[in-house]
Design a protein around this ligand. Sequence first.
Ligand SMILES: Nc1ncnc2c1ncn2[C@@H]1O[C@H](COP(=O)(O)OP(=O)(O)O)[C@@H](O)[C@H]1O
Ligand SMILES: [Mg+2]
Length: 361
Amino acid sequence: MANVTLRNVRKTYTGGFEAIKGVNVDVGDGQFCVLVGPSGCGKSTLLRMVAGLETVTGGEIDIGGRVVNQVEPADRDIAMVFQNYALYPHMSVFNNMAYGLRNRGMKEAEVKTRVEEAARVLELAPMLERKPRQLSGGQRQRVAMGRAIVRQPKVFLFDEPLSNLDAKLRIAMRVEIRKLQRRLNTTSIYVTHDQLEAMTLADILVVMNGGQVEQIGNPLAIYEKPATTFVASFIGAPPMNLMSTRTEEIKSQLGGSAGDAGILGIRPEDFVITDQTPAGGVALPLTVEAIERVGAETFIYGSRAQDEQRVAATPGELPPGEVIVRIPGTEAPAIGQKIRVGAIRSKLHLFSGDGRSRIEA
Ligand SMILES: Nc1ncnc2c1ncn2[C@@H]1O[C@H](COP(=O)(O)OP(=O)(O)O)[C@@H](O)[C@H]1O
Ligand SMILES: [Mg+2]
């Protein structure tokens, strides 16, 4: 068991590209930390530095109170699970899990104890003599995790381990991984680009963008109070609606200093269809452009009458002037209909004009 601390960690690749620009993260003993962000933001680079597979350009990586910058991967007491978890096809499940331990010269009796214990935890015990091709995708992924578990490391590192699985299996495995981590209580760092996976797995969530940390904290706290418009539109699906506060329509409703903030954010689920303007809140007239019924809820895509100026360029952002409203059930207005949607004051998020800071009104 160990905590992992990153202190002002930097990485510049040969050729001069700065992939990690000073990252500080503190993962407590037994905690599950998730690094989330769009493709190319530096998640794998950071994880590989913790693993010792990439050199560290600046700062310190500390595992269990020991700075490991110069320590070989094999001596860091970590185990890594990758997206491509290539098992040895000609070896049984047992031998796949035992391989790394035998390579380290572990006594066969101890190897057997560890593999059987991991197989029990992962519910692979009846399959130990099978070859990988005789397993389902989910079972193979569990064997890959078994290889990490038998090492009894201080820290687990996961790099998008579920990305190759179909949607249904991904959800099942997500739950499995969380249960497993709770049972083993091993400090873990998990990389994903999937915000839902991140929200559901993390004790501490680290939202990354362009080699830097945008926000770090409890996942629900981040959802409720995103620090930047990047985080606001990356965490949550469909994304938060973002609009300028400086149009007459919005400015007059917000009033005072809020009207000068720059950017207003409202989550799709925080709108209701109403003829009234909620006290202190904001109401918008919309023309319904499209409807998506997904069963338990319905997404309404509306356009605002006035031409909205573009306020931010972040992944998952809506086109200017488009507003998504998320309502429970299947009853929805017709396409082309004009509606009014409103949100109460406590559901409004305000950001500076550049989207880099949150403003508490
Ligand atoms: N070996 C390398 N040499 C140069 N640039 C790299 C190398 N590996 C990754 N990068 C760059 O560093 C950035 C971060 O990559 P990566 O950590 O793989 O991102 P992520 O895992 O978040 O998708 C990307 O722009 C990528 O092109
Ligand atoms: Mg990656």
